[in-house]
Design a binder for this molecule. Structure first.
Ligand SMILES: [Zn+2]
Length: 410
């Protein structure tokens, strides 16, 4: 256990050097020099461990330990190698490194598995360089399409396709059939929230990933003179918007966990000290583990907005521009992880993920589940992202046990 703590810490620090940003944290964006160097280094690390490595067409990297009996069945683990701009050392990276360590340990202790065991370093998950997320996992399951990325560019105007080809990769051959040997996927990841820390738990066994709906609410009133327009004659868009926000957030609190609703952005026009705001726009991000609740909450927030608009004499337009269903994890894989976690005496919690992960792309196709480790202060996508080496090692142990159950047992 002490060795594992040391090893996982060492590897996290090591991988964090690839894309270490002078402005802080790690910036390892898809198909950049830093990204290429990281994938190459991970490939070498896997090879040194005796794994057979290969890249798929778009740059997902796989390391494989051949199975002895069920050669057409593969258990996959891993996560994404890319980071956000000035991200931490753990988001994504930990899942790949824990996978490599788990395979190293299992091979040394138990030899060849019955089923193939593979660790993947997904090319991209964050959508941080180009306006497209989950490029790695969407290619694995065959739902990424050429036309999705053919005309997109990064902020410097570099076309996606040029960046990909320059890095030595190309589009997946969409006429070729997809892999059908993958029978299970387990992704270990930092929680990126503060639930495990607050509850004093070491491990989260994730049973679902929340669905999300995102809205832009446009409120139109009348801009007017702040001195000469009596209060009773105003159509103040900002005041109406603020009442809407107040009532929506209050309603969200009434719903309670696991519903979360966030107004993260607000714009006011003309945004001048002595003018009644004629225009206000705010965004709304709503998440829950059940689709029916998301629908019900959407109905209620629409009612709130319409009521306040009528009372205030303003016009509104509610645009729902994202509607992603909640994704349940596979019950059998969840059970396997929970059983191992319980038997080995880990202090664990069954929970949902409030953030998106590669697992939500893979789960509809392959039986999938996730393991979480605590994030200090719930901080992520930030250089301050931290999980202690001891906690990281506990996570690797939970992963080892889970992969053992899936790949070594009949
Ligand atoms: Zn991640």
């Amino acid at each position: 256990m002490k060795d594992l703590t040391h090893e996982v810490n060492h590897l996290v620090e090591w991988l964090g050097e690839f894309g270490k940003d002078p402005e802080g944290g790690v910036t390892r964006l898809l198909y950049t020099h830093e990204w290429i160097e990281a994938q190459k280094a991970l490939e070498k690390l896997m090879q040194d461990d005796g794994l057979t490595t290969r890249y798929d067409e778009i740059g997902n990297l796989f390391g494989r330990l051949e199975g002895s009996k069920y050669n057409d069945e593969t258990i996959l683990t891993g996560s994404h190698v890319d980071t956000v701009k000035n991200g931490g050392k753990l988001d994504g990276a930990y899942g790949i490194l824990a996978g490599i360590l788990a395979l190293r340990y299992l091979k040394a202790k138990f030899g060849q598995p019955l089923r193939n065991l593979e660790v993947v370093s997904f090319a991209e998950e964050e959508g941080s360089r180009f306006p497209y997320a989950f490029w790695g996992s969407k290619n694995l399951v065959g739902i990424a399409k050429k036309e999705d990325v053919e005309s997109i560019e990064d902020f410097d105007g570099v076309p996606f396709v040029d960046a990909m080809r320059e890095a030595g990769f190309d589009f997946r051959d969409e006429s070729k059939s997809m892999r059908n040997d993958i029978k299970g996927f387990v992704e270990i990841h930092i929680e990126q929230g503060n639930v495990l820390e607050n509850e004093g738990k070491d491990i989260g066994v994730v049973h679902s990933i929340v669905g999300q709906r995102r809205f832009t609410v446009d409120v139109k009133g009348v801009a007017n003179h702040a001195g000469t327009t009596p209060m009773g004659y105003r159509k103040d868009a900002l005041f109406a918007a603020s009442q809407m926000i107040q009532d929506i957030i209050t309603k969200a609190k009434e719903y309670g966990d696991p519903l979360v609703a966030t107004v993260g952005k607000i714009e006011v026009k003309p945004s001048i000290v002595n003018v009644v705001p004629g225009h206000a726009l705010f965004t709304l991000d709503v998440r829950h583990t059940e689709k029916e609740v998301l629908i019900k909450f959407t109905d209620e927030l629409t009612t709130i907005i319409n009521r306040i608009a009528t009372e205030s004499g303003v016009e509104t337009n509610v645009d729902m521009w994202m509607d992603e269903d909640p994704i349940p994890m596979d019950q059998q894989v969840v059970d396997a992880i929970e059983k191992q976690t319980k038997e080995n005496g880990f202090n664990y919690k069954m929970m949902h993920s409030g953030a998106g992960h590669d697992s939500q792309i893979i789960a509809p196709v392959v039986p999938t589940a996730m393991i979480f480790v605590p994030s200090r202060g719930g901080i992520s996508h930030n250089p301050l992202e931290y999980t202690s080496p001891e906690e990281l090692a506990v996570g690797v142990k939970a992963l080892i046990n889970s992969l053992y159950a899936l790949a070594y047992e009949e």
